[in-house]
Design a protein around this ligand. Structure first.
Ligand code: CA
Length: 257
C-alpha cells in the first residue's frame, strides 16, 4: 500500500495566506524513497515551507551546515548509506535543531527519542499529512528560537488574532487570557481554518502525543474556550468527528485555486 495515498486530499486544498505562520521555515527532508519524498515535499511546499531534499545520510549531514541552515529535519531511518540513527547522532554532535524521525518501525521509538539520539518527535509510517504539519508546529514551538517563524500572527474571523510567538490572543486592543491548553487547542485549529480536526488528533497534539484518557477533557476545554473568546460559533463542532474553525467568506475552501 502506498502510505501517501491519503495525501490526494491535500492537493485539492488551496494554500490560504493565514497558513503562512511558518513561512521561511526551511525543512530538510531526508528520505531515499522518492514515492514518499516527492509528495511529502510538494505538500510541505504548499504549506509554505521551503524544502530541501536529501536521499542519503551523508548528504543529510552535509546539508545541516548549508546556507540557509535548515530549521528542522524530517529524518527517515532507513537510508542507503549511513542510517538515520547515525545521522541523528552526527547532527546532535553539533546542533540542537529539531529532528522529527520518520519510521516504519514503531518498536524502536524508545531508542530514537532516548538520550542516545535525542530526536524531538517521531512519526510512524503511514501517517496523516496534517498530523505531520501539526507536529512540526509543536516541535518548533517547543524547541523555541530555532526556526523562529517570521510571521507568527494568525488572524481569525471575528477579529481574533493569535500571536504564536508571544502566545497571546487579542481582539482589537483587548487581550483574551487563555490557559495553556486552551491556547494550544485554538492554535492547532488555526493551523488550518475550516479543516476538521478529529478528537483523537486534537488530544494527541494538545495533550500528549499518546493520550488515551477520557475525551471529556476536550469538551470541557472547548466549552471554556468558547466562553472566553465570546464567540461560541468560532469553534464549530463536527458531530461525531471533532472540531474546526469557522471560516466566513471562505465559500469554496476545498476547490483548487
Ligand atoms: Ca528509506
Amino acid at each position: 500500500m502506498n502510505p501517501w495515498s491519503v495525501k490526494v486530499s491535500i492537493n485539492s486544498r488551496p494554500v490560504r495566506p493565514r497558513r503562512a505562520t511558518l513561512v521561511d521555515m526551511h525543512v530538510l527532508l531526508v528520505e531515499d524513497d522518492d514515492a514518499i519524498a516527492a509528495p511529502l515535499a510538494k505538500g510541505l511546499e504548499r504549506q509554505n515551507f521551503s524544502v530541501h531534499r536529501e536521499s542519503t545520510g551523508l548528504g543529510a549531514v552535509a546539508a545541516i551546515s548549508a546556507t540557509p541552515a535548515p530549521n528542522l529535519v524530517l529524518l527517515d531511518l532507513g537510508l542507503p548509506d549511513i542510517d538515520g540513527y547515525e545521522v541523528c547522532r552526527r547532527i546532535r554532535a553539533t546542533s540542537s535543531m529539531p529532528i522529527i524521525v520518520i519510521t516504519a518501525r514503531g518498536e524502536e521509538i524508545d531508542r530514537v527519542l532516548g538520550l542516545e539520539l535525542g530526536a524531538d518527535d517521531y512519526m510512524v509510517k503511514p501517517f496523516g499529512f496534517r498530523e505531520l504539519v501539526a507536529r512540526i508546529h509543536a516541535v518548533t514551538r517547543r524547541v523555541g528560537a530555532q526556526g523562529e517563524p517570521e510571521e507568527p500572527i494568525v488572524h481569525l474571523t471575528g477579529g481574533l488574532t493569535i500571536d504564536n510567538r508571544t502566545r497571546r490572543i487579542t481582539r482589537g486592543e483587548d487581550e483574551i487570557v487563555l490557559t495553556r491548553k486552551e491556547f494550544d487547542l485554538l492554535a492547532l485549529l488555526a493551523t488550518d481554518p475550516g479543516a476538521t480536526f478529529t478528537r483523537e488528533e486534537i488530544l494527541e497534539q494538545v495533550w500528549d502525543s499518546h493520550w488515551y484518557g477520557p475525551t471529556k477533557t476536550l469538551d470541557v476545554h472547548v466549552a471554556s474556550l468558547r466562553k472566553k473568546i465570546a464567540d461560541p460559533e468560532l469553534v464549530e463542532t463536527v458531530r461525531g468527528v471533532g472540531f474546526r474553525l469557522r471560516t466566513i467568506g471562505d465559500s469554496s475552501p476545498r476547490s483548487e485555486s
